[in-house]
Design a binder for this molecule. Sequence first.
Ligand SMILES: Cc1cc2nc3c(=O)[nH]c(=O)nc-3n(C[C@H](O)[C@H](O)[C@H](O)COP(=O)(O)OP(=O)(O)OC[C@H]3O[C@@H](n4cnc5c(N)ncnc54)[C@H](O)[C@@H]3O)c2cc1C
Length: 271
Amino acid sequence: YSTVRTHLHRRVGAELHQTHLDWGYREFTIPAVDRPEALHVWPGRRGLVVAHPNPDGSLTGTVFLPFDGDTGFLGLRDPARAGAFLAEEFGDLTDLVPDLVTQFLAHEPGSLVSVRTAPWQHDRVVLIGDAAHAVLPFYGQGMNAAFEDCAVLDACLAEHAPGDALAAFEARRRPHTDVLAELSARNFVELRDRVRSPVFLARKRIDLALGRLLPGWRTLYAMISHSSLPYGDALARARRQDRLLGGLAGLAGLGGVALLAAARRKRSGRC
Ligand SMILES: Cc1cc2nc3c(=O)[nH]c(=O)nc-3n(C[C@H](O)[C@H](O)[C@H](O)COP(=O)(O)OP(=O)(O)OC[C@H]3O[C@@H](n4cnc5c(N)ncnc54)[C@H](O)[C@@H]3O)c2cc1C
């Protein structure tokens, strides 16, 4: 809801798309845990909890649920119902956080808004961060993207004449934040629905194993979260790796079929 964006758009013909997800979120604190360095995920059937580590060893947990319905934020305003739902859906979380229900009911749920807008700049004013490209928080990259904006803007100011630098920044940066918006929406579906699928988990394990075995093979998550490779370049590289993985799986399948056919021929006495 940037005020600068509102003023900027009064001066230029602008596009603004705000999308509100029908899910919201509430945050709570998990006291110090054994593995504070990791991102923790509780994928429920009707909701999702993720927790990020804090420097003091505690975690900040976020419960994501639909706003509506019996098991959404609106239906869970009563402590007994909220407690029963959280225990049923997120198992050990209630043991880890003794006052989970109190924390859960302490605040109004926050909404999840994504913003796509153009242009980002006019004259000597430029938008960066969420004002230019708020994304859903499911890749945990919104703040990082804002910092990357600063680095790219800094480079554009150094490389271009003052009159061209802001337009150059928008042209260079937008394709990558558009990719982040797409990945963030995709990760919502992945965390919510697919993390419990054995096939999906097996594929993730293969991807991780290849990352350890092959120099130069990196998972998309690692490229996005643990490198400064621009988002679009990371996605393009991950797609190349996927095609290779698909090709290898195809070759392994063909090899298996050939072996099976050879074994059958041997059994029936033909060669
Ligand atoms: C649930 C959730 C989880 C998230 N998790 C992550 C994560 O794990 N990792 C990550 O990188 N990102 C995460 N994000 C995204 C991250 O919070 C944002 O992308 C980031 O805060 C954007 O920074 P910003 O400076 O652009 O905007 P903001 O942080 O919104 O800062 C804008 C500031 O401007 C102030 N302001 C507004 N209007 C005015 C005015 N008129 N005058 C003066 N001041 C004004 C506001 O008070 C605010 O302090 C998450 C977001 C959500 C909602």
